[in-house]
Design a protein around this ligand. Sequence first.
Ligand code: AMP
Length: 181
Amino acid sequence: MIIFFGPAGSGKSLQGQILAARQGWAWISTGQLLRESADIELLEIMKKGQLVPDEKMNSIVKEALDRVPNTRTVILDGYPRKIDQARWLINNHLINGHSDDLIIVIDVPNDIVIKRLTGRGRADDKIETIKERLRIYHQENDAIIDYLTDNGVKIIHVDGSGKVGQIHDTLMEELSACKAV
Ligand code: AMP
């Protein structure tokens, strides 16, 4: 399992989808699953930039993982966003330092994220919502990444401030250097 981390606007979804297409892996995005949901309550939480409760989120992820042929060749995007979600992955043996378990962090400075997102036009891309999402991302992320690496999961950092093709090339170089592709 590969988990992509990066703030909204880091390009992580595009990079994850390109990688999944190239490798024939599954790509599961919790943001996309939620946007497709008909649950008004969930859609309201998203609009405010807040997080969906863990129990609800975990069951949505479980359903999605139940549909893939092999959880070892899955790219997760947007999950885990809370330490308890990361614990859920470890406790269910979905990630735990198998040779093909990997965290990819796409690093982009806040000012570039804000500039990119204000041009995107999605319902939850208002400036206040963007700032709230960035605050939550930075608040939770370090602890989650530390927790997963403490459990033996390898980690790669990629500079996401350049162009899509350039970022993909850097990512592929990093992945082949650690024999993940
Ligand atoms: P994203 O497309 O990843 O930026 O997610 C959009 C929104 O969906 C987030 O701002 C949250 O409201 C919700 N969401 C996505 N993934 C999660 C998660 N793992 N836990 C809780 N809420 C989530």
